[in-house]
Design a protein around this ligand. Structure first.
Ligand code: ADP
Ligand code: CDP
Length: 643
């Protein structure tokens, strides 16, 4: 599985131009297709969900032309799709599936609508019931109440009243409302139960109005589409930036110092999720807003927990769940039952993954309660849910972490992690690589102490793996079993000692036998893979000095300073000889030189992460240098690079 490892972050600040809103993009595309006349849609969101809608419209015979940038020209079909029989695949795009179901059921053709497996688990029965009340001929192709669906031509009962439940997904009401003008008659929708996510209905009504259809609304219970309503292109439509996407960056500002400014949505937005900013303000964040922008910064006294009804911001509320990890006290997010029928069961997913990090979480049918704790590194699963991936990126302010399947963000925000990197600053790494006994460990430990950084002796992990394998009677060449041992190593790095399975092993791993064993197990790709995240998890604040063979090439490729430390083989053999003798271990200079040359050869020639000087690494030959001189040089470079 693909993954993305995030280092611990130190600060956040800067400006992000947001991608277009998903909710607005897909509504505008559908209404532009149903309208009379051509519509130019500017700043459309480029993502999986909008691609599903664009593909569907093309399949239905609607003229769809890509213009420069993220602009599209849609040739409206005046309420009648040219293609009368088609099979559509809509992925996991709820904002495409629900409204298209409604529009196509009333459009009088023969259509099959399918999605990915998760889409087939997301309820649609309430919408289908509404469409059947109008005479729509809709059949379930698998399970009752769920996609896939077969829509057949039907005689639509014009006029009258349709009842639809409002407490499962507001997208049912959105779908019905957008489709009703196709009947040409007066139609009224009565909402049964409390209508959730009302701000999304406001978006629907605002966009319908933009295309010339005024819905009359009595509270949130009754909506009437007048007879003779028809969609007419307004010419050009600009899609606002995505307010849900804004939530991650505002939260970054609130957690990481800020200010982080988002452009594309602001005070004048029609999206309900802009009210996420109010929730963040309640947590103490300092919020500023203009017509088309918002900015957040951290409060001096720190964020505080909230107890909040989140019905009006169901998507952005997820961002509060991970922001809560940085707030004092226990945060409770209420009235979020709709999370359970989204891309995944978001309450369950959120609780499971937060617990992996050490947070204390309580979940109920329609709420989640999060109490912060000392966060520990973990690999976070994202459940093919873009928002899970984006929410958990915030956790990097508390601990390094791994995000599994990070590309799921493509649903709404394909370059999210690049933008994230653009406004955050990671804890820096000084990467020191080089051959055996070049002085890496000595120099790295002293540089770390001088900078106040943590120190990673990566070679020790390979030595520990070799020792643990030997103790378990596992051959150093048995890749699978050695990798399993590496993955499960129970290690504790103390000030000047190392514990393996509770026992002190500082000297046991330094013997020449273990040097040879380490270099053998280090050549096994599965072993290196197993130790990858464990090493990256050392990248905490304020920073890290790591030494080894692949610190700069594989483990920390973005390290602001990479040093390649070396010395002549003879000098290195002498150094190692002295080191061993001082430790009271036996040693033979000739054997040491030979062994070291063999190890250099094996480390340089292996297929994975071979020892070599990276192009962006600075070379330091310590053959004629004292330790102090070597340390001073690396410190000079560090101060330059970390400025
Ligand atoms: N100029 C120098 N720089 C670093 N170490 C040196 C230097 N001169 C001698 N040494 C000694 O060399 C030995 C090997 O260094 P070490 O840090 O263990 O190397 P490595 O981690 O590269 O295997 C140590 O005993 C160290 O004190
Ligand atoms: N990042 C690293 C560190 C060590 N190693 C391997 O582990 C062995 C022991 O590493 P070490 O740094 O403790 O060895 P010395 O340089 O101290 O001799 C090396 O010979 C390498 O084969 C590696 O492959 N990658």
């Amino acid at each position: 599985m693909e993954f993305l490892d995030l280092s611990q972050q130190i600060s956040a600040g800067g400006t992000v131009r947001l991608p277009g809103s998903k909710s607005i993009s897909n509504r505008v595309l559908l209404l532009a297709a149903l309208a009379e006349g051509e519509t130019e849609v500017r700043d459309l969101l480029a993502s999986d969900d909008t691609e599903r809608m664009l593909d569907a419209l093309k399949t239905l015979g609607v003229g769809v032309d890509a213009l420069a940038g993220e602009s599209w020209r849609i040739k409206g079909c005046g309420g009648r799709f040219p293609v009368r029989q088609a099979e559509l695949f809509l992925g996991n795009a709820g904002t495409a599936f629900r409204p298209l179901t409604a529009a196509l059921a009333l459009a009088g053709g023969d259509y099959v609508l399918r999605g990915v497996a998760r889409m087939h688990e997301r309820p649609i029965g309430d919408l289908v019931d509404g469409l059947r009340q109008l005479g729509g001929n809709v059949t379930y192709l698998a399970n009752d109440g769920f996609p896939p669906l077969h829509l057949k031509p039907a005689t639509i009962r014009a006029g009258g009243t349709v009842q639809v439940r409002g407490d499962v997904s507001s997208q049912f009401l959105t779908g019905l409302l957008m489709a009703l003008p196709l009947t040409g008659e007066t139609a009224t929708v009565d909402v049964i139960g409390e209508l959730i996510s009302k701000p999304y209905i406001e978006i629907t009504l605002a966009i319908m109005a933009r295309f010339g259809v005024q819905v009359q609304r009595e509270g949130w219970q009754r909506f009437t589409v007048p007879a003779g309503s028809r969609y007419v292109s307004p010419g050009t439509v600009y899609v606002e930036g995505d307010a849900s996407s804004a939530s991650y960056f505002l939260a970054l500002g609130a957690i990481g110092g800020g200010p982080v400014r988002v452009e594309g949505v602001g005070r004048d937005s029609i999206q309900g999720d802009v009210r996420f900013a109010e929730a963040l303000a309640q947590m103490g964040a300092e919020i500023e807003m203009g017509p088309n922008w918002m900015a957040a910064r951290a409060p001096k006294s720190g964020l505080v927990a909230v107890d909040l009804d989140c019905n009006h911001i169901p998507d952005a509320a997820m961002t509060l769940a991970t922001t809560a990890l940085f707030a004092k006290g226990t945060t409770t997010l209420r009235n979020i039952a709709s999370w359970r029928v989204k891309e995944t069961d978001r309450i369950a997913a959120m609780a499971t993954e937060l617990r992996k990090l050490g947070a204390v979480v309580e979940e109920g049918e329609d709420f989640i309660r999060v109490t912060p704790a000392d966060l520990k590194p973990a690999a976070i699963d994202t459940y093919d849910d873009h928002r899970m991936a984006m929410c958990f990126s915030l956790v990097a302010f508390g601990t390094p972490l791994r995000i599994n399947d990070p590309k799921c963000v493509a649903k709404t925000f394909p370059d999210y992690f690049e933008r994230f990197a653009g406004v955050t600053q990671a804890a820096p790494v000084v990467a020191i690589d080089g051959p055996s006994a070049s002085g890496k460990g000595t120099v790295a430990a002293r540089v770390a102490a001088a900078l106040g950084f943590a120190y990673l002796d990566s070679g020790a992990l390979y030595r520990l793996t070799a020792l643990a394998a030997q103790r378990a009677g596992v051959d150093w060449a048995d890749e699978e079993r050695v990798a399993a041992i590496a993955a499960a190593l129970d290690v504790e790095f103390l000030e000047n000692e190392i514990r393996l399975d509770g026992q002190l092993v500082g000297d046991a791993i330094r013997t020449e036998a273990m040097s040879a064993g380490a270099s053998k197990v280090a050549a096994l790709p599965a072993v290196r893979e197993a130790l990858l995240f464990r090493q990256r998890a050392f990248n905490t604040k304020p920073g890290l000095v790591g030494d080894g063979r692949d610190m700069g090439s594989v483990i920390f490729p973005h390290a602001p300073l990479k040093v390649f430390l070396t010395a002549s083989a003879e000098v290195r053999a002498e150094r190692r000889y002295k080191q061993l003798i001082e430790k009271g271990l036996s040693a033979n200079l000739t054997d040491l030189l030979l062994d070291l040359q063999q190890r250099d050869e094996r480390d340089s020639q292996r297929s994975v992460a071979p020892l070599r000087q990276e192009r962006d690494a600075k070379l330091l030959d310590t053959t004629g240098l004292t330790i102090e001189q070597a340390v001073d040089q690396v410190l000079v470079w560090s101060r330059e690079a970390l400025k």
